[in-house]
Design a protein around this ligand. Sequence first.
Ligand SMILES: Nc1ncnc2c1ncn2[C@@H]1O[C@H](COP(=O)(O)OP(=O)(O)OP(=O)(O)O)[C@@H](O)[C@H]1O
Ligand SMILES: [Mg+2]
Length: 296
Amino acid sequence: MRAKHPIHTTLSTEAMSVLERYEQELGAKNIVLERALLGMDKLRFKEKVDTQTISKIIKRVKTGIQGFDELVEGGIPEGFIVVATGTPGTGKTTFSMQFLLEGMKNNQKCIFFSFEEKADQVIKQSIRYGWDIGQYMEKGYLEVFGFTMLSTEEIIEIIDTFKPKRIVFDSLNIFSDITDIRKSSEFRNIVKVIKEKKITCLAITEKKHGIEVKEYDDFDFMADGIIYFDKKLTHELDMQKAYFIEVQKMRITKINEIPHQFIFSDKGIEIRTLPSLASAFEKNMHSKSIGKSQQT
Ligand SMILES: Nc1ncnc2c1ncn2[C@@H]1O[C@H](COP(=O)(O)OP(=O)(O)OP(=O)(O)O)[C@@H](O)[C@H]1O
Ligand SMILES: [Mg+2]
C-alpha cells in the first residue's frame, strides 16, 4: 500500500508511525505534516533534531488579529483546518473575515463560503470595520459564496479553479448529521483537497454552551486546532458581558490556553492580554522548561 506513495519511502520508522497515526485520526493524507517529517528526517543526518529545528520547518500563517498570533507561537501552521467555535454572536464570523483580510493584504487568494448569511450581509459587516474588501474582490483576491447550497464537487471545483491560500466555512453546522461527518466521504474529499493544496482554513461551528463546559463534537476531534469564542460577565456586578477567546487546541504548537478578553474595535477584533494573566502563563511555562532541563 505504501508503494503508492513513494515520498514515504525516505521517511524513518518513527516519522512514518507519526504520519500513520495522524492519517488514521484525520482520515486523510496530510501532505504538510509529511513534508515536515521528511525535512526532519533529512536534517537528522546533519544535526540533532530539536524543537527549534522543528519550529523552523513549520510555516506559520499570520491571522491579522492583533494579539492572537502570540497565543499560537506566531500563527496557525500552514495547511491546518482550525475550528472557530462558540456561542452565538461572539465574533466567529468577524474573526474569520479578518483572517482572510490578512491573506488578501499579502496577495493571497481567499474564499468565504457562507452557508448562513447572504453574501451582501457578509460584505456589509466587513465594511463596518473599514475593510475595503470590495477592492480585493475586484482585483480577484476574494470570492464570497453566500447562502450557499453547493455540492461537494462544486466546492472542490471552485477551490481547484480559484486556488485560494485561505478559506472560511461559515458554518459547518449546515451538515445536520455531525456524528456521521467523520465517515462522510464527501466531507473527507474536501478535507483531502484542502490538505493537499496546503490551504489554511477556518471552519466555523456552533456551541450551545460556554467556554467552561468541556463538551466536544466530532468537528473538534477532526480539526487541527480549536479556537473558542464566548461572552460572559467578568464580575457578578458587571452590567455588560465581555468577549473571550480561548485556544483550546493547536496541533504541533505550544499554546497559551488562558481565555483572553477581546474587544470589537473600529478595526475589528483586538485581543486584550491582561498583564497579570500573561506573566502567570509565562512563569508557568518557564518553570515547566526548568523542570524539563533539570530532568535531562
Ligand atoms: N462594530 C461593532 N462594535 C461592537 N460590537 C460589534 C460590532 N460588530 C459586531 N459586534 C458584535 O459582534 C456580534 C456578532 O459578531 P459575529 O457576527 O462575528 O459573531 P458570530 O459569532 O459569527 O455570530 P453568529 O452566531 O450570529 O454567527 C454582534 O452580536 C455584536 O454584538
Ligand atoms: Mg457568524
